[in-house]
Every structure is written in structure tokens, then in C-alpha cells.
Design a protein. Structure first.
Length: 98
């Protein structure tokens, strides 16, 4: 499955597509969790260190790394070339929005 991540909660900034994740998981919940885990800045920035299946889709003009995924961000799970479901990162888990 492919999960595209839109960073929406950026202190009033314009939302932008931050990443596209190719997940080896075939069920939606595991694909969402996989994408969230791969876009966390734990030991280093996920946007500066290459990770298999992760495509960085946005670069900051000042070359700073991207933040971690967080509450309010939108994850779109593509189940086929034209079918998708949208989820918002909630305080716990994900909430389907479309």
C-alpha cells in the first residue's frame, strides 16, 4: 500500500505533502502505523536519512529537516490507483475523514 502524508498542523502554515510511504503491509491500520513510525524524528530526522520505501516530497527553503508526523496531519491510504481513504492523526490512533 502507498500512504501519502500531508502536514496540516504547522502553526497556520499552508498544508503540504511531506512524504509518500510504500508500506509492505496489506491492511490499512498496519500501513498507517508503518507510515507514522517511518516519519518520526527519534534518533535523527527521517527526512535527512534515507529509509527504504520513504520518498520525501517537500524540502524547507532554509534546508532544515522536516518535523515528525503529529496530531492533525492527514494520511491518505491508496488501496489502488484510483481508490483511497483519508485519515487524520488523532490523539490516539487515526480517525477516518473521507
Amino acid at each position: 500500500m502507498i500512504v501519502s502524508i500531508t502536514f496540516k498542523n504547522n502553526y497556520g502554515a499552508v498544508p503540504y505533502t511531506a512524504a509518500s510511504i510504500v508500506s509492505e503491509h496489506t491492511d490499512t491500520q498496519h500501513a498507517l502505523e508503518d507510515a507514522f513510525n517511518k516519519t518520526q524524528n527519534v534518533f535523527c530526522s527521517w527526512s535527512e536519512k534515507p529509509v527504504a520505501g520513504v520518498t520525501v516530497c517537500h524540502y524547507n527553503f532554509d534546508s532544515t529537516p522536516l518535523r515528525s508526523s503529529m496530531v492533525g496531519d492527514e494520511f491518505t491510504v491508496w488501496t489502488s490507483d484510483k481508490d483511497f481513504k483519508k485519515f487524520e492523526v488523532a490523539r490516539v490512533g487515526f480517525k477516518e475523514v473521507a
